[in-house]
Design a protein around this ligand. Structure first.
Ligand code: ARG
Length: 582
């Protein structure tokens, strides 16, 4: 695989420093922050001034003199107080892009591909998917795709919340409503019905009603706790009901995630960790890492150099109940056994950061996860409404994911209808809506809160998902009139907008690498936007199809075809796709 352009330029400048007598310099070239003055810059002379007792400008001038005959650059100058300004030669740039164009991938695969368990989504069974789970699904799906692009083996686990009190609440509510069902008859020994005694619509009504009731009815709450306990201890009828709840609920979750273009390799959950808990606790006991604290069993995870004291990780409460941390540790036992991953990455709301810090430390102390396996939690911020508070429906309730998607889709469908561009029964509107939603989320640094602004997210102009799609659609419509263009080559730029587009395209490999290195989809959003802007500027300033010089025209076509593939790669890694028209 070829070097990135920036690495190539850095190497050239580095050897010029050496030739000028500054062999000790650590020199890097970066993309210019002043594109009006130069394309690249190197600040390597500045730190050398002290060491060599020489003015930085003098050092820069000596280096520039060495570069004068270097064919890689078309322009090199030293400017006060000691910067080196650079422009790359059009021939070197176009050759570089030609190599990129014919490569099978836009970035070199990781030299040491990893096995990664990615824990994202994290919905709670029988509770509707709401936008709190949206970010986890969207960011996780993108990180999964980015890791795979670089050759990692990624096992995406939805990690269902399928073992908690919500199950006891539903079982208890069902018992009140339909006491005659065989599941509640503990003497019943026959087979249970194959079909669930409820539909997904009923289930979605039962849970919130039961949850509300438990808050005002202490007896009901006590029965729900008892039912949860019985379920967790394997009472037959309850287990059968639980399986019904799981089947109905998981089928619905799958449909929802499919609409979002989010998928998982395994559908495991908290319940799958349960068999690992008892042996794990026994092992911890044997290793002497468990301590008693007010009747509870805990692992103390505080360290001397902690800036704030980290509370101990509680594994078994005084009443014998296990907790969220117990389940997550047992899940790590299972994941090490089943997958021996090099990395386990969790994506949840940042309010769970403390929980994961405790779990990770406890996992090391108990010897569940070796140091060679990286444990990481990416805690993301909240999606807020325009009032700066967590996003709600107009009526003030928790926004369900389905409703959110359908509201954006309708908004965009209306827009398209106004423009009269496509009429395909909402298919295109659906594709654009997903892009609007995902880009709106992913373009922010994950840890930050952001404001959900439908008008802005759905706009076809500006830093939005639809703008990226619009740019791809524009290129597609030009290419549709070009016949077979696959063999056309990218030649030297003959105008500034074309060179600017070539320079932006040349950044693709390093931008992909940065998104991989930092598990950062927002890097690809920012780059995709810059690229789309460069494409549109080129489009507005250049005759493409009507260019009379056939060689130039072919080079233009090859360039926008590469830009299209680059944009498509970015949006695919972000988790959405482009329509043919919009
Ligand atoms: N179900 C949890 C929630 O809704 C998220 C689970 C995240 N994954 C984990 N292994 N703890 O908050």
């Amino acid at each position: 695989m070829m070097k990135t352009l920036i690495a190539l330029l850095s190497a050239q400048v580095q050897s010029a420093f050496a030739a000028a007598g500054f062999a000790d310099a650590a020199v890097t070239v970066s993309v210019s922050s002043r594109p009006d003055l130069c394309e690249f810059q190197c600040n390597g002379a500045m730190p050398l001034a002290k060491i060599h007792r020489k003015a930085p400008l003098a050092i820069a001038q000596e280096v520039v003199a060495q570069l004068a005959s270097c064919a890689v650059f078309s322009e090199v100058s030293a400017v006060a107080p000691g910067f080196i300004n650079l422009r790359v030669s059009p021939a070197v740039l176009s050759q570089h892009l030609e190599a990129l164009r014919v490569a099978d991938k836009f970035a070199a695969p990781s030299p040491a591909p990893r096995r990664v368990v990615l824990d994202y989504g994290g919905p709670n069974v029988a509770k509707p998917l709401h936008i709190g789970h949206l970010r986890s699904a969207i960011i996780g799906e993108s990180i999964k795709r980015i890791y795979r692009y670089f050759g990692d083996t990624v096992i995406g686990d939805v990690h269902l919340g399928d073992w908690g009190l919500q199950m006891g609440l539903i079982i208890t509510a069902l018992q009140e409503r339909q006491p005659e069902l065989p599941y509640f008859d503990e003497s019943y020994a026959g087979e249970y019905p194959a079909d669930a005694p409820f539909t997904i619509t009923e289930l979605e009504e039962i849970y919130p009603a039961a949850s509300a009731k438990s808050k005002i009815d202490a007896d009901f709450a006590a029965r729900a706790h008892a039912a949860t306990y019985k379920l967790q201890n394997g009472v037959r009828g309850y287990t059968a009901l639980w399986l019904h709840i799981m089947r109905v609920s998981v089928a619905d979750l799958k449909k929802n995630y499919e609409n979002l273009h989010v998928s998982f390799d395994i559908w495991m959950g908290e319940s799958d960790a349960q068999p690992y808990i008892a042996p794990m606790l026994a092992d911890m006991e044997a290793k002497g890492v468990l301590t008693q604290s007010e009747g509870a069993q805990v692992i103390s995870v505080a360290r001397e150099d902690d800036r704030e004291e980290l509370p101990p990780c509680i594994l078994v409460k005084r009443d014998g109940a296990t907790l969220y941390a117990t389940t997550d540790l047992a899940t790590l036992v299972q994941r090490m056994e089943d997958f021996s991953p090099d990395k386990v990455l969790y994506l949840t709301d940042k309010r769970q950061s403390l929980h994961f810090e405790q779990v990770f430390r406890a996992a090391r102390i108990a010897g569940i996860v070796p140091e060679s396996t990286v444990l990481q939690h990416i805690g993301f911020g909240t999606m807020n409404g325009k009032d700066g508070k967590p996003f709600k429906t107009r009526e003030g309730g928790v926004m369900r994911l389905e409703r959110l998607i359908s509201e954006i889709t309708q908004f965009i469908a209306q827009k398209i209808a106004d423009n009269q561009t496509v009429s395909d029964g909402g298919k295109t509107a659906g594709i654009i809506a997903i892009a609007a939603l995902k880009y709106g989320d992913l373009s922010n640094l994950a840890t930050k809160d952001y404001v959900f602004d439908m008008e802005r997210f759905a706009s076809f102009e500006g830093n939005t998902g639809p703008y990226l799609l619009y740019t791809i659609v524009r290129i597609k419509s030009i290419l549709a009139r070009c016949g077979d263009y696959a063999h056309l080559q990218i030649c030297e730029a003959d105008n500034p907008a074309q060179k600017a587009l070539q320079l932006t395209l040349a950044q693709l490999p390093e931008q992909l690498q940065a998104s991989y290195r930092d598990s950062a989809p927002h890097v690809l959003c920012a780059y995709g936007y810059d690229l789309a802007v460069a494409v549109n500027k080129f489009y507005h300033e250049t005759r493409i199809l009507s260019e009379p010089d056939e060689a130039k025209k072919q080079s233009y076509i090859a360039l926008i075809a590469l830009a299209k593939r680059a944009l498509e790669t970015c949006i695919d890694l972000l988790g959405f796709e482009a329509p043919d028209k919009m």
